[in-house]
Write a protein that binds this ligand. Structure first.
Ligand code: PLP
Length: 393
């Protein structure tokens, strides 16, 4: 088959490669601890499932909906966003999509074209660069200054050209779990306003913030920065709803209208049943979100000291999301592995612990460890990693 150049250029999702291997090993009866997954280990809360069942039984889930979603859900998303970010959005500013992933993909399709450059700070979520390339634009990756975990305006400005169209800011971050402070975001926001660069704020993990750290959205700063920002969010992580595929964009009516046209041809709409589930999630009791957040926090606080004590593991304690992203350069030197990729492959093969390699996120000396897994398994995984490293020292 003669595939398009576009297809030839796509890198398959690297987060899935080791995860698939781990699944195969599990199927063979091997006791693999899978720390490669990017999804909550919790079940979707019962009241959300119940609302979906009721929607099906009432016949509400039988037909297409508007491309951008049912009105009550768009209203609920506007209210939810306004409450969190002190904004004034209405349903007209909201498009519901098949996961936050499709929000980001659709935005790339309606905003970018050949010749455009899009700034993407390191470490980045795996799909940003590929989605930008699928829109024929060029991803420009921006590394933090030496010794820093996050990029600042200095590094962004160094990569800015007259082709720079947008910059994608993810906070709390996947994979390092770090949060941009208000001051850092203000500086980035003002720089974007000055140079008319669109900011895409991926706030997917905004509800998963730990140990008194504060999350601030780009939407919650000055009016000028808010006007420059397009929000992407979703229910996958905070409500343990990855399978329901509920994401959304909040933006100006102009942007939403373009997205609506795109979505009308791409997916029509997110499955109606998922929309009713999402409505129940956003308008119902929020205690479930806090319960899950507390569980992640406990895991983080228990596991971080153990992981950072492993020989050569160096990383800042995450503030949000549910990943840790140690730099293991020194561990590689101690153990003789040539790369973190080799280390991760051997770790899976011999110690039966699956992680994701940092190269998937633009930082090849790191590995990503997800703590969306029960505490007992996490503790056992750390024990296995310690033994594995000792064996190679
Ligand atoms: N953005 C980030 C940073 C993510 O980690 C993910 C999922 O892993 C997404 C967006 C997309 O999530 P979903 O499509 O499930 O809403």
């Amino acid at each position: 088959m003669n595939f398009s150049q576009r297809a030839a250029n796509i890198k398959p999702s690297a987060t899935l490669a080791l995860a698939n291997k781990a699944k195969e090993m599990k199927a063979q009866g091997i006791d693999v601890i899978n720390l490669s997954v990017g999804e909550p280990d919790f079940k979707t809360p019962a009241h959300i499932k119940q609302a979906a069942i009721e929607a099906i039984q009432a016949g509400k889930a039988d037909a297409y909906t508007a491309a951008t979603g049912i009105l009550p859900l768009r209203e609920a998303i506007a209210t939810y966003t306004n409450n969190d970010y002190q904004t004034n959005f209405t349903a007209k500013n909201v498009a519901v999509t098949v996961g936050g992933k499709l929000s980001l993909y659709a935005l790339a399709q309606v905003l970018f074209e050949a010749g455009d450059e899009v700034l993407i700070p390191l470490p980045y979520w795996v799909s940003y660069g590929e989605q930008v390339k699928l829109a024929e634009a060029k991803p420009v990756f921006v590394a933090p200054a030496l010794g820093n975990d996050k990029v600042s305006v200095v590094e962004l400005e160094a990569k800015r050209t007259d082709k720079t169209k947008a910059c994608i800011i993810n906070s709390p971050q996947n994979p390092a779990g770090l949060i941009y402070s208000r001051e850092e975001l203000e500086a980035i926001g003002n720089w974007a306003v000055e140079h008319e660069i669109i900011l895409i704020a991926d706030d997917m993990y905004s509800k998963l913030v730990y140990n008194g750290n504060q999350f601030v959205s780009l939407l919650n700063l000055s009016d000028a920065i808010r006007k420059q920002t397009i929000l992407v969010n979703g229910l996958s992580k905070a409500y343990a709803m990855t399978g329901w595929r509920v994401g959304y964009t909040v933006a100006s009516e102009e942007v939403i209208q373009k997205l609506a046209a795109f979505l009308g041809h791409a997916t029509s709409n997110l499955a109606a049943v998922s929309q009713y589930a999402a409505l129940a999630a956003l308008t119902g009791d929020q205690a479930c979100v806090e319960e899950m957040r507390q569980a992640y926090e406990e895991r983080l606080n228990t596991i971080y000291p153990q992981l950072v004590a492993l020989p050569g593991f160096k990383f800042t304690k995450p503030q949000g999301a549910f990943y840790m992203f140690p730099n293991i350069r020194e561990t590689l030197e101690l153990t003789g592995f040539k790369s973190a990729d080799d280390f991760a492959a051997a770790l899976l093969e011999q110690a039966h612990v699956a992680v994701v390699v940092g190269s998937a996120f633009g930082m090849p000396d790191c590995i990503r460890i997800s703590y969306a897994t029960d505490l007992a398994s996490l503790q056992e995984a750390v024990k296995r990693m310690k033994k594995f490293i000792e064996e190679y020292r």
